[in-house]
Design a binder for this molecule. Structure first.
Ligand code: ADP
Ligand code: MG
Length: 409
């Protein structure tokens, strides 16, 4: 058997050196970059498919980051190069960036400049290069890492001062969400960008996605120190296909919105878990009652689990969160129907090998799963998951360690 594939994070120096070299090759003829910025991918501990239901989520920042070297230009032109899309310079004019117009990965970058302009900030064109150790399309939010790295870069070169405090970071996050929703055309809910900009090392971020909250009200840092408790958060990239832009995510969102409308509530967040059965009964005459009832049950119970998880962690009882993770996975698999064979296999094999809890994370249909594992058991759990994939004839998964890390900077 081959040895498990570890997806290592880069040191800050290594990441910066990579983009400086790439910048010199691509745009060096016109001088050096103004600087280097980076932003992390994220992993969500619990609270899945809740962000667009005005619910709670609990992400942490990964040590895996996307690095950007950027130089502001006097004009309106944007030129981009990515190590992950080699051989081509992607070019546009900022004036040409608009919803429905810009395709390809450049939309995530140019979209941030567009959204900052829409928010009233003066942003000029720029030359930028990108390199990243955040796995792509793995449910670990390489898209938000890219947007947020660009956001802090533009914040710095234009002296906007938003990255200096949490309220400003919430504003940058909102711009990144608009870039992803309106320019890249991916209807994501806002957790990813908030996590990348607002999580801090050693903490998870309890994110309250109700509209209209102040920055202070919308996110609370929760100490999440695993090493002291002898625990490790293991992330497994199943390497199964998943595409957030595809119809499944939009369908789930639409079902939630329809259920809320039928129930006469502004969002599913408003449903009290105590009154859940009564609410589900009220959906029984809808065309697709069974589906709507499942979706609502997932969202309402998942928000409650997220609250419980955060409470346990705050009380120093992190070793007791495993059953909540398992229940979250079952709910996503059976009620929300966004899991898949590979994700179920990670969860099952990790638990069999002694993980305290495990669940899929991110949008689903592939992507990644997480397992909370005693530090001493990590090798055994990794070997068990790797072997389960080999036995099932699946592509070998990738493994990441995920100590809660630094935000975009
Ligand atoms: P996830 O965010 O879970 O990794 P998404 O489908 O939301 O998956 O985002 C992945 C997309 O983001 C890629 O297909 C690409 O368009 C863009 N992207 C992310 N990082 C980079 C990068 N370093 N270079 C170029 N494009 C990137
Ligand atoms: Mg994404």
């Amino acid at each position: 058997m081959t040895s498990p594939a570890w997806l290592e994070s880069w040191s800050a120096d290594d990441g910066a050196a990579r983009v400086r070299t790439l910048f010199a090759e691509a745009f060096g003829a016109d001088g050096d970059p103004d600087g280097v910025w980076s932003a992390p991918g994220r992993v969500n501990l619990i609270g899945e498919h809740t962000d667009y239901n005005a619910g709670l989520a609990l992400p942490t920042a990964l040590p895996h980051r996307t690095y950007v070297a950027l130089r502001s230009r006097g004009d309106d032109v944007v030129r981009l190069v990515s190590a992950q899309a080699p051989g081509k310079v992607w070019e546009t004019r900022l004036a040409d960036v608009a919803p429905g117009v810009t395709t390809s990965w450049g939309a995530y970058v140019a979209g941030v400049a567009w959204a900052l302009r829409e928010a009233g900030h003066e942003v000029a064109g720029f030359d930028a290069v990108v390199d990243s150790c955040v796995p792509f399309g793995a449910g670990l939010s390489s898209s938000a890492a890219l947007e947020c790295a660009v956001a802090v870069a533009l914040d710095a070169v234009h002296g906007l001062g938003l990255a200096a405090d949490d309220a400003g970071r919430a504003a940058l996050s909102a711009a990144c969400v608009r870039a992803e929703n309106e320019i890249a055309g991916a209807p994501t809910g806002g957790m990813d960008q908030a996590a990348s900009l607002r999580c801090t090392a050693g903490h998870a971020l309890l994110l309250d996605c109700r509209p209209g909250l102040s920055a202070l009200e919308s996110a609370h840092a929760v100490p999440f120190e695993l090493a002291g408790a002898g625990l490790t958060l293991l992330v497994v990239d199943t390497r199964a296909e998943h595409a957030l832009v595809d119809g499944q995510y939009a369908q789930r969102r639409a079902s939630c919105e329809r259920a809320a409308a039928l129930l006469g509530v502004p969002s599913l967040r408003e449903i009290d878990p105590e009154g859940l059965d009564e609410m589900l009964a009220r959906l029984q005459d809808a065309d697709d009652a069974v589906v709507l009832q499942r979706r609502v049950r997932h969202v309402v119970t998942e928000i409650a689990r997220t609250e419980e998880f955060a409470t346990l962690v705050r009380d120093g009882r992190v070793d007791e969160v495993g059953p909540l993770m398992n229940a979250s996975h079952a709910s996503l698999r059976d009620d929300y129907e966004v899991s898949c064979r590979e994700l179920d296999l990670v969860v099952g094999s990790a638990l069999d090998a002694g993980a305290l809890g495990a669940r899929m994370t991110g949008g689903g249909f592939g992507g990644s799963a997480i397992a909370l594992v005693r530090a001493d058991d990590v090798d055994a759990v990794v070997a068990a998951v790797d072997e389960a994939f080999a036995t099932a004839g699946l592509t070998a998964p990738g493994f990441l360690l995920a100590p809660p890390s630094d935000p975009a900077r």
